[in-house]
Design a protein around this ligand. Structure first.
Ligand SMILES: [Zn+2]
Length: 436
């Protein structure tokens, strides 16, 4: 497979650091960002690389030459005129065969590209966008997705947001189907093209764009603060360890009583109130080597007390409230089922003895598949012994917190947690303290 790296854009805000260097040549822990990208591609078996270079500098060509020193073959496109984020596809169409990866050269990343491409093929997508929650969704473009991760709208950061929205942002990294290059075959001359507006948006409109949700490290270093943070993460090994070809560690979190204030059953988003320690504690998880994944039983759906649509709203509100505090969940899994029939208004097809209702571990097994999680290196934090039993069943270590459900031992009272503490903040102290 080919990769096309867009390294032609001019960086401005890093002028003090970059000097005359093109932004993708800025060093992170001793190597240019672009070299980190090339090495990550090579590790995934992507050896044919095309780099779009700026006209006024040969720094990129001088550094990489034909790529053989990095185990890859590199070809260059030099834009005579700036062609926007997509115009170089005119030249790329003459070189690239088949589906390809499109990367922006100012992103620090370490990604299992093979896994990313498999997702693209499975969905038969025109474009697959690498998507992740971030710590500032309120000032990011966010993806609005429907069934099977299909992107139905890209909500621009300047568009008004009246509803709650998913914390799922577009990282600027794509798999593009070869059919998109066919557009350029009949063209005589290149034209300026904005990739997002002129290629991504129309593909969304015809239902051809899918969001690949990943916890891997992809961050831009476009400001001095971010540049410093990315350098730190690289030196600490966070960038490399998040690559999904390596087993991941997770902290699984129950929802009611751990993240939001316990109050029997939340059936409307108005009823959801965040616990005061939840945002800051989650933020500390986000900055650690652990993934943060919420695992919740929501039998209220099966019992007909709320709908799947409302549950979606409730979870978007949870993400928005956490996002305001710079915190995010890598993912959230819920079980809408309930085994006992006999409630007025119940949904018969959800009244089943499923494999996901805690203390069964179906949701954890799904998360394990989605994020290559090593359950034995992971934790379960909940406010009931049912949560503790779930963690034990999955082979995780467990923490029971005491500021949630006032009757934590209604079920599975015999399940013994490894630790008991007040709240999520204290649980994070315990887990990260053991790491130190
Ligand atoms: Zn279930």
């Amino acid at each position: 497979m080919f990769a096309l790296i867009q390294a032609g854009g001019a960086g401005t805000r890093l002028k003090d650091i970059t000097g005359d260097l093109p932004k993708p040549m800025v060093p992170i822990a001793g190597k240019p960002i672009l070299q980190w990208q090339v090495e990550s591609l090579a590790r995934s078996g992507v050896y044919s690389i095309v780099i779009v270079c700026p006209k006024n500098s040969t720094a990129i060509q001088d550094h990489f030459k034909d790529g053989s020193a990095y185990g890859v073959k590199i070809q260059y496109i030099v834009e005579e005129e700036p062609l926007g984020t997509g115009g170089a596809l005119f030249y790329a169409a003459k070189i690239i065969k088949g589906d390809f990866l499109l990367l922006f050269g100012d992103l620090m990343l370490d990604v299992d590209f093979e896994r990313f491409y498999k997702f693209h093929k499975r969905n038969n997508a025109i474009i697959t966008t690498f998507a992740h929650p971030n710590s500032h969704p309120y000032d990011s473009d966010v993806l609005v997705t429907g069934a099977e991760n299909k992107v139905i709208h890209v909500l621009g950061k300047k568009e008004p947001r009246e509803d709650f929205y998913e914390n799922l942002t577009n990282a600027g990294l794509y798999v593009v189907s070869s059919m998109l290059l066919d557009t350029f075959v009949g063209m005589d001359e290149p034209i300026k093209i904005d990739f997002e507006k002129e290629l991504l948006a129309p593909s969304v409109a015809v239902g051809g764009v899918f969001a690949y949700r990943s916890s891997e490290y992809v961050k831009d270093c476009g400001t001095p603060d971010r540049y410093e943070a990315v350098g730190r993460d690289t030196v600490n090994g966070v960038v490399a360890s998040r690559n999904l070809s390596h087993p991941q560690k997770a902290i699984f979190l129950d929802r009611d009583g751990v993240l939001n204030v316990f109050g029997n059953f939340v059936t409307h988003h108005d009823m959801l109130k965040l616990k005061p320690d939840a945002g800051p504690a989650l933020k500390r998880i986000n900055e650690s080597q652990y993934l943060a994944i919420c695992i919740t039983n929501q039998p209220v759906v099966a019992r007909g007390e709320t709908s799947l649509e409302m549950l979606r709203e409730i979870h978007f509100k949870l993400e928005d409230l956490l996002g305001e505090q710079g915190a995010y969940l890598n993912d959230l899994y819920f079980c809408p089922h309930h085994p006992d029939a006999g409630y007025p208004g119940e949904v018969p097809e959800l009244k089943i003895d499923c494999d996901c209702r805690k203390p069964k571990i179906g949701m954890l097994l799904q998360a394990k598949r989605d994020y290559n999680i090593d359950l034995s290196a992971s934790w379960f934090v909940g406010d009931t012994h049912q949560d503790v039993q779930t963690g034990i069943n999955a082979g995780c270590r467990t923490i029971l917190i005491t500021s949630g459900d006032p009757e934590p031992a209604k079920k599975y009272a015999e399940a013994k947690p490894d630790y008991v503490c007040a709240d999520l903040a204290a649980a994070v102290d315990i887990i990260l303290g053991l790491q130190a």
